[in-house]
Ligand binder design. Sequence first.
Ligand code: SAM
Ligand code: DTB
Ligand code: SF4
Length: 373
Amino acid sequence: MKTWTKDEIRDLYNQPLMELMFQAAQVHRESFDPLEVQVSTLVSIKTGGCSEDCGYCPQAARYNTGVNAHDLMSLEEVVQKGKDAKASGSSRVCMGASWRNVKEDDDFDQVLEMVSSLNKMDLEVCCTLGMLTENQAKRLADAGLYAYNHNIDTSEEYYKEVISTRGFGDRLETIDNASKAGLTVCSGGILGMGEADEDRIGMLYTLNLMNPRPASVPINALVAVEGTPLEEQHEVSIWEMVRMIATTRIVMPHSYVRLSAGRTQMNDEGQALCFMSGANSIFAGEKLLTTPNPEFNNDMKLFKELGIKPMPAYKKGPKPEIKESYKQRSVDAEKPKWSRPDHKIERNEAAKAKAMAERKGFEPRKVSSVEKI
Ligand code: SAM
Ligand code: DTB
Ligand code: SF4
């Protein structure tokens, strides 16, 4: 498989858009049926109260975003969400938790039960739980997990301008841990955080160097949430999304390219251009993790108009077998040493100060799951 240099990716990215789209559409047809799009449902199994300072994220406890925080969902509730997702045509469920990293505790044991229950329903199961060790990844794989989502978000250089509480290197290590445990990796990023074209190119360069490459690459448009440091960012234009999706498709021809957050900002025609340019996966359902998403019926109407069908589960790999060993807590010999660079990012500090001022005089939110900041 071709590994692209940064110069080559830049040349691709900077082509006239019409040419880029045409090439991407051709490449798409070589590895995928362009009339099939994977439909995945997000379930926020633990919401808000997060210790991190990710500048884009409404779930960071330090910003005042009005997110309805809750502790870990019950197994029954997740099973019901899985049934609903399947009934509406999703072949994949992605469970998200607002954690910095996984810990070997009762909550993780419960997540493992959720994974095995959804696997038994023949759904492709994905999790996004923050940083994780190889042993933790192995337990997830044994429980029947198919994919692990862990975004690098942007280039290594721009990452420092968005997040101060964890390092880019730790993201790469987690991705490596997931791969070593046999999980497929879902990793991509966000457009519209103030990054330059060069950062988008740099992000694709890093993803293309991974071995194995991510099986799926989510391209999110920032959902600018009030109270976050990035609340005033301008919406990403549809042309930027199409350019990024087409370049991603050409650089990683065998990966699913996921048209992820930000679809409520796009019209049907814009989304059709994204599918034409190689996007072949979406998150469906009226909510992403905490922010709105287009209504399911609208998506199905658009699919019908375009002649697209939802893709069945396990099209690219076998369903993982469940191994009872997932129940055994690993005495994590390699105690994770995740870094905390803790440099200062002005806009993150300003958003935190604003939140503290706004909360003054009010009862602090009673959320037992709020982690120590
Ligand atoms: N806490 C875990 C972590 O950070 O890896 C998992 C959940 S986190 C919400 C998953 C991903 O959602 C982030 O890596 C980021 O790429 C994306 N995301 C979060 N907030 C977003 C926003 N406002 N707009 C677009 N994408 C967002
Ligand atoms: C991904 O790349 N995007 C999804 C999923 N992977 C976990 C999350 C989008 C979150 C958008 C903001 C929110 O709803 O909180
Ligand atoms: Fe949001 Fe995940 Fe960052 Fe926490 S670690 S603030 S949930 S993106």
